[in-house]
Design a protein around this ligand. Structure first.
Ligand code: HEC
Length: 135
């Protein structure tokens, strides 16, 4: 009697071990991919920049808080443009034809670095682009 309960326990133990190894393996795998994308653009840092400088005009939701500010979440979102172009326009300032308001250089905050600008554009793309949300 005693031996049969022992036999029963043993495979259970092995099973739990394999399972926990698999779980550990899976979480290491996802942490690695998450780390890779976070290091190229820091979305959290981008959010800080956005909430300190850009949201005044662009709004917390990216739809534009003032007249003349384009809706970044629309089908025609300006964020669909190339990263390099967006970075240039946001860094140097930009006014499109017939626009009633200009985008000020660095959102009017000259202390922002190139890295800040890259992060904040990555943040805007990640949060406001209409196709990104559906994915
Ligand atoms: C004073 C208001 C204001 C602030 C602050 C502001 N923006 Fe803008 N932004 C605008 C307006 C207005 C436009 C549209 C300009 C136009 O098309 O003439 C614009 C356009 C843009 C565009 C699209 C450019 C393009 O190619 O169409 C990007 C990207 C952008 N802003 C990023 C930012 C970022 C990043 C910040 C913060 C660092 C910021 N903005 C702060 C008003 C502002």
């Amino acid at each position: 009697m005693k031996t049969s309960t022992f036999k029963y326990r043993h495979p259970g133990y092995t099973c739990a071990c394999v399972l926990s190894l698999m779980i550990a393996g899976a979480s290491i795998g996802s942490a690695e991919t998450g780390g890779a994308s976070a290091s190229s653009h820091d979305l959290q840092a981008g959010q800080k920049v956005y909430e300190a400088t850009c949201f005044v005009c662009h709004g917390k939701d990216g739809k534009g808080a003032l007249p003349g500010v384009p809706d970044m979440t629309s089908k025609k979102s300006r964020l669909k443009q190339d990263d390099a172009l967006l970075l240039k326009h946001a860094t140097e300032g930009y006014q499109s034809k017939g626009s009633m308001m200009a985008m000020p250089a660095k959102g009017g905050n000259p202390s922002l670095t190139e890295k800040d600008m890259k992060n904040v554009i990555a943040y805007m793309k990640a949060n406001f682009l209409p196709d990104k949300k559906q994915k």
